[in-house]
Design a protein around this ligand. Structure first.
Ligand SMILES: [Zn+2]
Length: 496
């Protein structure tokens, strides 16, 4: 008898400091979540779902496609979306014979009223599955909670950042699920580490974080572990259960526990070493004003990065340039649909008094109040140059380039992958011809922008994605988390 596996996807990275609620239509670029197109769009690329499917094919399992919700980063997910997902999964489970479940999740997802949307989902799946195995794959930035651990048998997360092992992660989860289905026993051990670190300070290719991952990979190669994940949690979640975590999976429970302790200590130990170097906006403007290399200075403002779930509505750098009376030729984008519509009313060549930005994210400095001239108007559709998503479709909605003295601001209604230079180029702003370019992105931009200029500096600004976590207004965060305290100890690892 073929094993029958329910497969689903629920992928959205929440930033609770961004007040814009993520709606159903924000998932799957508009494809219906239960359509064949949505399933195929995941199966035609090297997605986690495809990886799990390939692993499960090895045991000739049959997949039962269900609901697919793939969204980008943003504010909390509408309760209605979670309710719909729970309802439909219940119906799929009740109307199908199945032997196990594979869920492709992000793991740092909050709905309007549930801080642990993936935990709620897994608890419901557990109710439906009884003692049948459940495997889930996650983003490396997942907030893996007690509820998730109680209800999933297999937990695997990405081992790369910037992420590029979606397929491999799904494959790992699918392979472990296949083992459980064939009666093998696995032990999952975990330890949590009370620390938050901003993603801008580490990557999986260089430095202490990559060394920690290599330690885990060696444990797998030596046969001590079947799998491991280090989860430095997405830090912009103002919720009461939040921590970084490591997970190990092994045939031998002692090996799982020892390795989890080792990796947890390793993650705690690198906390100071992976802090990003931040400069003030003024320090970066000073560098740009003194720069005579002929190449632009690139100011990375990840505090307002849409890739980190932010709204992209901060005009902070433009404000500072204006206050200083700087003569730098500068460009940035600001999400502000009202200002876009005003620019459309003025028309190309029209001049008017604008209020730009600071309308979405609470406590954002601004708005910028200034007279501007409309240079161009756009529908916002463009094509990414990559390399990460070359050829993919970008969309920033109705948009306008407005000139304020020597500052060109791309006003947009939506945000896209803002680390791609086409986010400017397509709209007539050629980054290499400016003195200062503000790029609101975390890490993804370094490859394409590194070719434009080596002068890249990270700014210590306020925003929903601030690297300096102490700048944010927290209300629910648990006590005792690094960087709010210095001395931290990982919990002792235990088996689930
Ligand atoms: Zn991530």
């Amino acid at each position: 008898m073929k094993k029958r596996i329910l497969v689903l996807e629920f992928h959205q990275e929440t930033n609770t400091f961004n007040p814009v609620v993520t709606q159903l239509q924000d998932f799957n670029s508009g494809l219906a979540p239960e359509s064949e197109e949505a399933f195929e769009s995941h199966m035609s690329i090297r997605s986690a779902l495809r990886g799990a499917a390939d692993a499960l094919r090895q045991i000739d399992a049959e997949l039962i496609p269900t609901v697919f919700l793939f969204g980008t980063s943003g504010g909390r997910v509408a309760d209605e979306v979670l309710r719909y997902l729970l309802q439909r999964m219940t119906e799929y489970a009740e109307n199908n014979q199945f032997d196990g479940i594979y869920a492709s999740l992000h793991g740092a997802t909050c709905s309007e009223t549930e801080d642990d949307a993936c935990g709620v989902l897994l608890a419901q799946l557990r109710k439906l599955a009884g003692d049948k195995p459940i495997a889930a794959s996650f983003d490396l930035h997942a907030n893996v909670t007690e509820k998730m651990l109680k209800n999933a048998d297999v937990v695997c997360g990405y081992q790369t950042y910037p992420h590029r092992d979606h397929y491999e992660t799904g494959y790992r989860a699918g392979s472990l699920l296949a083992k459980l289905l064939s009666g093998e026993k696995l032990h999952l051990a975990t330890a949590s580490i009370p620390m938050l670190i901003p993603p801008a300070g580490y990557d999986s290719d260089n430095g202490p974080f990559s060394e920690l991952l290599n330690l885990g990979k060696n444990l797998v190669e030596q046969g001590k572990l079947m799998d491991f994940t280090v989860f430095p949690v997405q830090p912009w979640l103002d919720i009461s259960e939040l921590a970084s975590r490591v997970i190990t999976i092994a045939r031998n429970s002692d090996c799982a526990i020892e390795s989890a302790d080792l990796l947890a200590k390793g993650l705690a130990d690198i906390r100071d070493a992976v802090q990003p170097d931040l400069l003030t906006v003024d320090e970066i403007i000073d560098i740009a004003e003194a720069n005579d290399t002929g190449k632009p200075v690139i100011l990375s403002e990840f505090a307002d990065s849409p890739n980190g779930g932010c709204a992209g509505d901060s005009p902070a750098v433009a404000l500072r340039l204006k206050e200083r009376g700087s003569s730098l030729r500068a460009a940035l984008f600001v999400r502000d649909p009202e200002a876009v519509e005003y620019a459309f009313r003025l028309g190309v060549g029209g001049t008017g008094f604008f209020s730009v930005g600071a309308k979405i994210t609470p406590n954002t400095p601004g708005p910028l109040l200034a007279e501007g001239k409309v240079c161009s108007l756009h529908d916002g559709q463009f094509i990414y140059e990559g390399p990460a998503s070359r050829g993919g479709q970008g969309n920033i909605g109705r948009s306008a380039v407005v000139r304020f003295g020597k500052i060109d601001i791309l006003l947009c209604s939506l945000t896209s992958n803002s680390g791609d230079p086409q986010n400017f180029r397509h709209f007539g702003i050629e980054p290499s011809l400016y003195d200062l370019i503000v790029v609101k992105a975390n890490t993804s931009f370094r490859l394409p922008y590194g070719k434009i200029s080596p002068l890249i500096y990270s700014a210590d600004t306020f925003g929903a994605g601030a690297a300096n976590l102490k700048k944010l207004y927290w209300s629910k965060l648990p006590d005792g988390l690094y960087p709010f305290v210095d001395d931290i100890v990982p919990t002792e690892s235990k088996i689930y």
